[in-house]
Design a protein around this ligand. Structure first.
Ligand SMILES: Cc1ncc(COP(=O)(O)O)c(C=O)c1O
Length: 393
C-alpha cells in the first residue's frame, strides 16, 4: 500500500501552527551553554522582545512548558488555598482552567455561557457585587476561546472590576490570541497574561509565558499555594542577568528570537490585520456553505468573532469527526476537532500564525470539497466568497 502523502500537509488546526523555515533553521543551530556569555545575549533579546509583543514594560517570564503550565504558574503565584475566582465558562479551555483551579484548592465561581459568545462583563460585575465577604481574589478570562472561536472583551471586564472597585486580580489566557489578535497587557490593566509558543508565535509547542503586573508581583509575596518549579521569584532573579534558574529550552529560545524578529519585520498591526482578513474570508465561506442550512458559525455574537480560528457547527445528524477524517484522508489536511460538549458537532479551521491568502484558500477549498464528499448539504460558493472577501478593499 502506498502510504506516502505527496505535497505538503495542511496543518489547519488552531495551533500548533506551521513553523516557518526561518524559525526551524534557528532552532536547528547548535545548543549553547545556558550559563555562558553567548546565552545572556539570547536571553536579553527574547526577554525584551517579548515585552513588545505583550505590549508591556512588566516582566515576562518564560517556562519550558505547554500553556497549561503557565496557567498553573499564574494561579499558584498569586493565590492562596480557598480563594474564590470568577471564571466565565466560555468553552472547553475555560472549563479546563477552572478544573485545575479546583484541584489546586481554589474555589471557582463559574459563570455559565452557551459557548457561543465571549464572557459577559455584566455577569462578572454581578458576581463581584455579590462578593460581600471579599473572598474573590481573581477574575480569570480566556481571551480567545479556542474551542468556540469566540473572543472575550478584556477591556470591558477590566472596566467592570474598576467600576465595582473590587480588588480582584485580572488573569487572562491569551494562548490562542497573542501575536494574532490585538492584545495589550499594560493598557488593559491585566495582572497576569498567560501565553504559549505554538500558536501566533509560530514556534513548536514547549514554551509558555506569564506577563506579570506590579500588583501581580505584590500578590505573589503573600500567596500561600505551594509552589516550587513554577515559583516566579527565582526566575525573576535569574532573568535580571538574562539567565534562568534551571536549564531553559535553549533551542526553542533561539527559535523565539527569530519569530520575534519576523513579527517585528511585518509589524504587529499588519499581523493583526492579516488575521482579521483571513477570519473575515473564512466566515464569508461559511456563510455561503450555510445557505443549504446544515452548516453555521459556532460563534453567534458578531462582535466576538475570533480572528485566529473559525469553529463551524454541523446540524444534527452530521458528524464533524467523520468529515475531518475524510478531509485528512483525501486532502492531507488536519482540522481542529470539537471539544467537550462540542465533540463531533464542530470542526475548527485555524487561520493563525504564518499563513497567507493562498494557504487559507487551500484550506477552504479542502473543506468545501470535503463537505460535498461527506454528503453534508452546503452551498458551493464558499471558495468564491472567500476570494471575493480577500480581494475586496
Ligand atoms: C485558549 C487555550 N488555553 C489553554 C490551552 C492549553 O495549552 P496547552 O495545550 O499548550 O497546555 C490551549 C491549547 O490549545 C488553548 O487554546
Amino acid at each position: 500500500m502506498n502510504t506516502r502523502a505527496p505535497g505538503r500537509h495542511f496543518l489547519q488546526i488552531p495551533g500548533p501552527t506551521d513553523v516557518p523555515g526561518r524559525v526551524l533553521r534557528a532552532i536547528s543551530e547548535p545548543t549553547i551553554d545556558h550559563r555562558g556569555p553567548e546565552f545572556a545575549e539570547l536571553g536579553r533579546s527574547v526577554l525584551t522582545g517579548l515585552k513588545r509583543v505583550f505590549k508591556t514594560d512588566d516582566p515576562v517570564l518564560v517556562f519550558p512548558a505547554s500553556g497549561t503550565g503557565a496557567w498553573e504558574a499564574a494561579l499558584v503565584n498569586t493565590l492562596s488555598p480557598g480563594d474564590a475566582l470568577v471564571m466565565p465558562r466560555t468553552g472547553w479551555f475555560a472549563s479546563l482552567w477552572s478544573e485545575m483551579a479546583k484541584r489546586l484548592g481554589l474555589e471557582p465561581i463559574l459563570l455559565e455561557t452557551d459557548w457561543r459568545r465571549g464572557a459577559e462583563p455584566a455577569a462578572v460585575e454581578a458576581a463581584l457585587r455579590a462578593d460581600k465577604g471579599g473572598r474573590i481574589r481573581a477574575v480569570c478570562i480566556v481571551h480567545n476561546e479556542t474551542s468556540t472561536g469566540c473572543v472575550s472583551a478584556v477591556p470591558a471586564v477590566r472596566r467592570v472590576i474598576d467600576t465595582v472597585g473590587h480588588p480582584a486580580l485580572l488573569l487572562v489566557d491569551t494562548i490562542s490570541s497573542l501575536a494574532s489578535i490585538d492584545y495589550r497587557h499594560k493598557e488593559w490593566g491585566v495582572d497576569v497574561t498567560i501565553a504559549g509558543s505554538q500558536k501566533g508565535l509560530m514556534l513548536p509547542p514547549g514554551l509558555s509565558f506569564n506577563a506579570v503586573s506590579a500588583r501581580g508581583l505584590e500578590a505573589s509575596k503573600t500567596a500561600k499555594l505551594p509552589r516550587s518549579y513554577w515559583d516566579w521569584r527565582p526566575v525573576l532573579e535569574a532573568n535580571a542577568g538574562f539567565y534562568f534558574p534551571y536549564t531553559p529550552a535553549t533551542n526553542l529560545l533561539r527559535g523565539l528570537k527569530e519569530a520575534l524578529s519576523m513579527l517585528e519585520e511585518e509589524g504587529l498591526p499588519n499581523v493583526f490585520a492579516r488575521h482579521d482578513r483571513h477570519a473575515a474570508a473564512t466566515r464569508a465561506a461559511v456563510q455561503a456553505w450555510g445557505q443549504a442550512g446544515a452548516v453555521e458559525l459556532q460563534c453567534q455574537a458578531a462582535g466576538d468573532y475570533s480572528s485566529s480560528l473559525t469553529a463551524i457547527r454541523l446540524s444534527e445528524g452530521f458528524s464533524a469527526d467523520e468529515l475531518r477524517a475524510l478531509i485528512l484522508r483525501r486532502f492531507n489536511m488536519s482540522l481542529g476537532n470539537g471539544l467537550g460538549i462540542l465533540k463531533d458537532r464542530v470542526f475548527r479551521i485555524g487561520h493563525l500564525g504564518d499563513i497567507n491568502d493562498l494557504t487559507l484558500l487551500g484550506a477552504i477549498s479542502g473543506v468545501e470539497m470535503g463537505l460535498k464528499l461527506a454528503g453534508v448539504p452546503a452551498g458551493s460558493g464558499g471558495v468564491d466568497a472567500a476570494m471575493a472577501s480577500l480581494t475586496s478593499a
